[in-house]
Design a protein around this ligand. Structure first.
Ligand SMILES: NC(=O)CC[C@H](N)C(=O)O
Length: 333
């Protein structure tokens, strides 16, 4: 066996990432290979996102030891969009507990697109899970705080604690989505009509639209994910954000729903809980080891970043992160 493969094999069996140099080389390798993927299209339904540079591409890995690796455009800011759903869900679980949020929002996949209306009707008014728009709006409506400003501050401060630095709002993207998000407005009204929304629908959608417009980088996503991998303590700042139980619950929900109707295929091929967003971000988490953050705006039909998927697949394989694999596998199959 190649000595470098032996190092990864050794790391996998001890439940950690390989050494710094090896991880750095594999991040660069994943970046170079995934850059060759040119499929997919930039999301156009939010006007301010339609003009994103399709060539941007960044990859980052953060370990639970606090080491962060990056390649390409890993420091370029973009709006977090649906990746926020994972972290707002964790904050709400921390505040309200395992049972209350599961009963209110659910944990099962819809098998339908992230902005599906019919999924609500087919399921008796249930928002189904916190990773689709209906469930995310219902989850955001549960964020505690005094008034809209207090709840917004709780979300901004909570996501900043995950990232380990203060996150700012992209006013242009927020304004653009707030002016055009009639479908999300309709979803919130529909949930209300079924008695499944704990807030005024326009207020809940406004808060959700704001959380989606927070600016992050691929590096931030890696650190945010590594906080979930580390049982809720940010490995860079050393600050506790949520409990280990909340991380466990959040990662289970990500595994089932984080990549929408493609979550099963993603788990089958890549084997990690992950969350994607329509601006092109992906966070993938290896519990107890670390996380991968990627950014590349071109998306597949389900709304998942094409280059991001390639990069995460490669890193999952070469770092031996697949949760279902008992040893490192060189290729799919
Ligand atoms: N998939 C996504 O990233 C969707 C987020 C976006 N803000 C929306 O609600 O449509």
């Amino acid at each position: 066996m190649d000595p470098q493969d032996a190092e990864v094999e050794q790391a996998v069996s001890t439940g950690s990432l390989p050494g710094r140099e090896r991880v750095g080389a594999l991040v660069l390798d994943a970046y170079e290979r995934a850059k060759a993927a040119t499929g997919g299209t930039v999301a156009g339904y939010i006007p301010a996102l339609a003009g994103a540079d399709p060539e941007l591409f960044g990859v980052s890995v953060a370990g639970v030891d606090g080491r962060v690796h990056a390649a390409g455009d890993a420091a370029v800011p973009f709006t977090i969009q649906s990746v926020s759903k994972a972290f707002v869900y964790a904050l709400v679980c921390e505040a309200l507990g395992h049972r209350a949020v599961a009963e209110r929002v659910g944990v099962d996949n819809t098998g339908l697109a992230f902005d599906s209306v019919i999924a609500i009707e087919l399921n008796g008014g249930s928002p189904m899970n916190p990773m689709v728009n209906a469930g995310a709006i219902a989850t955001t409506a549960l964020v505690p705080g005094s008034g809209p400003a207090g709840r917004w501050e709780a979300i901004r401060a909570g996501l900043s604690a995950f990232a380990g630095r203060p996150l700012a709002l992209d006013e242009e993207v927020y304004d653009s989505e707030a002016a055009t998000n009639r479908r999300n407005q309709a979803i919130a009204r529909l949930l209300q009509s079924h008695g499944r929304l704990d807030a005024d629908p326009p207020a809940a959608v406004d808060l959700y639209t704001r959380q989606c417009a927070l600016l992050v980088s691929a590096r931030d996503l890696a650190v945010m994910g590594a906080t979930l991998a580390d049982g809720g303590t940010n490995p860079v700042t050393g600050r506790r954000v949520v409990s280990p139980e909340v991380c466990r619950d959040t990662l289970a929900v990500l595994a089932a729903n984080g990549m929408y109707q493609r979550s099963g295929e993603w788990l089958f091929e890549i084997g990690l809980p992950a969350k994607s967003g329509v601006s092109g971000g992906i966070v993938a988490v290896a519990p107890g080891k670390g996380a991968i953050g990627t950014f590349a705006p071109r998306l597949d039909a389900a709304g998942n970043s094409v280059r991001g998927r390639h990069a995460v697949a490669h890193l999952s394989r070469t770092l031996g992160l697949n949760l279902f694999a008992s040893r490192v596998h060189a290729a799919a199959g």
